[in-house]
Design a protein around this ligand. Structure first.
Ligand SMILES: [Zn+2]
Length: 478
């Protein structure tokens, strides 16, 4: 009994300042998985990532369809992803700004997009009946910003980005954060003096995007895309292959290019996006679609989730909005523009969608909500008596190493096994279990180290366990 009390006091004192499983806010709402293609309409519209995020208390449907409460564990992960994206944007010489969510409808009228995009725009009016958009994207707004400041050729290239909530009145919001009406997006806008320089910028950013997705350990694909309502001269998309994706990627087995099926079904988009020289004569109604580059009909297709998009815009926006820079000869010339989006909240959900098992979440290690969970023995157990001081020392060292990236599973009334199941369901990459292995024939207590992502378990000495987590932390840092 004495052991239990001692442990209880320690656990409570830790609760006050540390991350503990008993206090983290995870209201769980279980959604039954759809069974083999059947299930209710609600189940059909629910993706694996959405179900697992709700089951684990990470997100909660709000009063508005297609928008979600992000709860502490999910937000920790999203904030890590934001910091990661920041790191790659800084690497590419981009500067972070924050533009208002509201954009005047007048600006969108000037570029013709107010009508073109009308069905998907969410709009509001102020008390003077002036109308604004809850912006889905900021090409007009950023040009308006730049127009207010005289820009010299010396200031170009200019690369401005933000990460803010965007709004789209999806006709059919579904799959949780994968197709939401409100979502966190990283949008970068670039300005160059010439088309040649804009292409150089474009190639540089597309390369950085690849490096970012690589750093998450994701199997992504780049594909030529439709320029759609954003417009411009060239467009590349970044996708994760997934059955719940709403895009269809076509892969040419002959010349190895990938492109969005939209390029086959929309002649106008195809012409703008890839240029007449590389265009096939396929149309939507063609029974034998052919590659947009080599004309081969040896094509395969897969469903995918779009996670990023790059557009070489030329002067599509700078022309109507008169966004100019001053040359060395003191002339005003239109800027060449590019825009580059990453759906941050969608990328988070998409990474979970492609990495998780049917029953357990799996995170890219660098954005997992916690790197390590420590499971002390059940209160009052014989393991608790043996492992108490060892656990406390280990936690102290781990907290110094990882800060708040370590969480203690202090639900001491539950068995180690039960807590371990829950921790693995939540997908925390590493779990240090202070359980049966504490009691050994040699008298040296051992720690069970679980690697959730690859399913391995090692029984390690205290020193080995510390080194293991030290190495894991280094590997998780991008
Ligand atoms: Zn081809």
């Amino acid at each position: 009994m004495a052991g239990k009390q001692t442990f209880g006091v320690v656990a409570v004192s830790l609760c006050r300042r540390k991350h503990t499983m008993s206090t983290v806010y995870r209201p769980v709402k279980t959604i039954a998985p759809a069974k083999g293609g059947g299930g209710s309409t609600q189940q059909v519209n629910i993706s694996k990532s959405q179900r697992l995020m709700a089951d684990n208390g990470l997100i909660r449907q709000s009063s508005c369809p297609g928008s979600f409460h992000l709860l502490p564990v999910a937000l920790r992960s999203q904030e890590k992803l934001v910091r990661l994206v920041d790191k790659f944007m800084e690497k590419a010489g981009c500067q972070k700004i924050q533009m208002p969510i509201l954009t005047s409808e007048n600006l969108w009228n000037a570029t013709g997009r107010l009508n073109e995009c009308a069905p998907e725009l969410m709009t509001v009016a102020d008390r003077h009946n002036k109308r604004f958009l809850l912006s889905p994207t900021h090409e007009e707004a950023v040009c308006d910003l730049i127009n207010g400041c005289q820009t010299s050729y010396r200031q170009l290239p200019l690369r401005l980005y933000q990460m803010t909530d965007k709004f789209r009145d999806e006709k059919r919001p579904r799959f949780g954060l994968l197709r939401a009406r409100q979502f966190l997006m990283k949008d970068l806008y670039t300005f160059d003096t010439t088309e040649e320089n804009a292409i150089r910028t474009y190639d540089e950013i597309v390369t950085i995007y690849g490096q970012l997705f690589d750093s998450l350990g994701l199997k992504w694909m780049k594909a030529s895309g439709s320029t759609g309502t954003i417009g411009g001269k060239q467009s590349d998309e970044f996708h994760l292959i997934s059955e719940v994706g709403e895009d269809n990627l076509i892969h040419c087995n002959s010349c190895n290019v990938a492109f969005n099926e939209e390029l086959l079904t929309n002649t106008e988009h195809r012409t703008v996006a890839v240029g007449a020289a590389t265009m096939s004569q396929s149309t939507a109604s063609s029974p034998n679609p052919t590659c947009i580059k080599c004309g081969s009909s040896d094509l395969s297709s897969s469903k995918s989730i779009e996670i990023g998009h790059a557009f070489l815009l030329g002067t599509k926006y700078t022309q109507p909005l008169k966004t100019m820079y001053i040359t060395a000869d003191n002339e005003s010339v239109l800027m060449e523009m590019g825009c580059y989006g990453i759906g941050v909240s969608r990328l988070l959900a998409a990474a979970l969608e492609v990495s998780s098992t049917d029953k357990e979440l799996r995170w890219p290690v660098s954005i997992a909500p916690y790197l390590l969970s420590i499971l002390p023995p059940k209160g009052g157990s014989k393991e608790a008596k043996v492992g108490d001081s060892l656990f406390q020392n280990f936690y102290k060292v781990m907290h110094e190493l990882l800060g708040n990236d370590v969480i203690i599973d202090d639900r001491l009334d539950q068995t180690v096994g039960k807590r371990l199941l829950d921790t693995k369901k939540l997908g925390i990459p590493y779990v240090a279990v202070f359980g049966k292995s504490l009691i050994t024939d040699s008298g040296t207590p051992l720690i069970e180290l679980q690697d959730t992502n690859n399913g391995t378990v090692q029984t390690l000495s205290y020193r080995e366990a510390v080194n293991f987590i030290y190495d894991a932390k280094v590997k998780s840092e991008v």
